[in-house]
Design a protein around this ligand. Structure first.
Ligand code: NDP
Length: 448
């Protein structure tokens, strides 16, 4: 008999926690997981999945507009927010069940309550029950940060946006990162008046500059307003469900919803990690080594709570590597180079590897190839929006070190390009590849 109730106790049933639980259980470990919200975590319940469904839902607006050029006579089209919201919610329910079945099928016990650490090998559930485990995995993720300003209780975050009781006719979005621009696009396409306000004078800090400029130009052409260097000072509640949003140096903006998307912070507050001597960083992130081990040898952490790269596929890889290392006798780390990423703005933006700006500071000689094109589908429907692809090449080795694109379906194209960058293929390899015609993706092999 083991001296512990479980071999592994996981706190947080999101992408990282569920993967780690399943793989560890597959190695024969006795595993339990505690989740205070819903099984599936941010990505499945209130992040990537419902967001992508809303992007799909909202993008029909443009398809309907363009359809006439292709001979479709469509009467007056009406959008019903309640239908989209409720279908998205039911799909999230379906996925939560699928994730729960994964735990059940792998004989992982699950507790639907908050758990906190009370020592190197013990946790306490909200019900008061104490459980011991040889290893504890912290996979509690991150939580939206709400900046301090008067009336911030009237703002919503990405946690609440999927459940809005009514469609807001006017929306103010604070922030100009992933979440802000994705939702600005969704609400704009669905017919709301959208104003994006940001504290700095740029969008998507860190992304390739030419792509950011192109996205800003298209979003403005789609009538999304931007107020830069103008963070929210206060929100005043007016009558009829309207808010007055005051931002630095401007007239107040009237809106029915104010979405704040100013980053996400590791969710370690009150988790009791100090009782086990787990070191935290300045944002509350759990500090770990390459094998996801914390300063307390029996406690590990994966995913957003470590604030390394806040992306689902990375949390999954870290969770898998943790389980292989600790329970599968196969020590594994996670590679953080060449992580493909996308912003599901409209149009979307996607990239992998070094941006042009990064390459110019890190490499001796850089060559950049671009294709600035009007997608055939846009041309036919008289939509002026242009796509932009960029290849960043190390001129000394001819290796393609970065691919960046903004265009319809860019994330779908980028995933394949990421294989080439990860594999270290050269610009000559790209040139040798026959174009797939007619497609947007063919631009990738036609840049000279
Ligand atoms: P981001 O870090 O992407 O953007 C934060 C934005 O908020 C920036 O524009 C920043 O301004 C602004 N900001 C930051 N702090 C403050 C503050 N105190 N007051 C006012 N403005 C502020 O965060 P998100 O919330 O959009 O997303 C969080 C993370 O979730 C992302 O980093 C990403 O890892 C992940 N995510 C990924 C998605 C994807 O892969 N498609 C989709 C959604 C989320 P500035 O920097 O200009 O000063």
């Amino acid at each position: 008999m083991s001296e512990f109730d479980y071999d592994l106790f996981v706190i947080g049933a999101g992408s990282g926690g569920v993967r780690a639980s399943r793989i560890a259980a597959g190695y024969g470990a006795r595993v339990a997981v505690a989740e205070e919200h819903r099984i599936g975590g941010t990505c499945v319940i209130r992040g990537c999945v419902p967001k992508k469904l809303m992007v799909y839902g909202s993008d029909f607006a443009h398809g309907l507009e363009d359809a006439a050029a292709y001979g479709w006579m469509i009467g007056e089209a009406k959008f019903d927010w309640n239908v989209l919201r409720d279908f998205v919610a039911s799909d999230v329910d379906r996925l939560e069940k699928a994730y729960t079945s994964t735990l059940d099928n792998n004989k992982v016990d699950h507790f639907h309550e908050r758990a906190v650490v009370i020592g190197p090998n013990s946790v306490r559930l909200a019900s008061g029950r104490e459980i011991s485990a040889k290893i504890i995995l912290i996979a509690v993720g991150a939580w939206p940060v709400l900046p301090e300003f008067e009336g911030n209780q009237y703002a919503i975050t990405s946690n609440e946006v999927f459940g809005l009781p009514e469609f807001p006719r006017r929306v103010v979005v604070q922030g100009a990162g992933y979440i802000a621009l994705e939702f600005a696009g969704i609400f704009n396409s669905l017919g709301a008046e959208v104003t994006v306000v940001n504290r700095s004078d740029q969008i998507l800090r860190g992304y390739d500059l030419s792509l950011r400029e192109r996205l800003l130009q298209i979003m403005q052409a789609r009538h999304i307003k931007f107020r830069f260097s103008s963070p929210i000072e206060k929100i005043v509640k007016e009558g009829n469900g309207t808010f007055s949003v005051h931002t630095e140096g401007h007239q107040p903006i009237a809106a029915e919803a104010v979405l704040v998307a100013t980053g996400r912070k590791p969710k370690t507050e009150g988790l009791g990690l100090e009782t086990a001597g787990v070191d935290l960083g300045p944002l509350g992130e759990v500090l770990v080594d390459d094998y996801n081990q914390t300063s307390c040898p029996s406690i590990y952490a994966v995913g957003d709570v470590t604030n390394r790269v806040q992306l689902t596929p990375i949390a999954i890889r870290e969770g898998h590597a943790f389980a292989d290392t600790v329970f599968g006798n196969n020590p594994r780390t996670t590679a953080y180079d060449c992580i493909p990423n996308a912003v599901f703005s409209q149009p979307p933006l996607a990239g992998v590897g070094l941006t042009e700006e990064q390459a110019r500071t890190q490499l001796a000689n850089v060559k950049v190839f671009t294709s600035d094109f009007r997608p055939m589908k846009n041309m036919f429907a008289a939509v002026p929006e242009r796509g932009l692809y960029k290849l960043v090449v190390d001129a000394d080795t001819d290796k393609v070190v970065g691919v960046h694109m903004i265009a319809p379906e860019a994330p779908e194209v980028l995933q394949a390009a990421a294989i080439a960058v990860k594999a270290g293929l050269t610009k000559a390899d790209f040139d040798e590849t026959v174009a797939l015609h007619p497609s947007m993706a063919e631009e990738l092999v036609l840049m000279r």
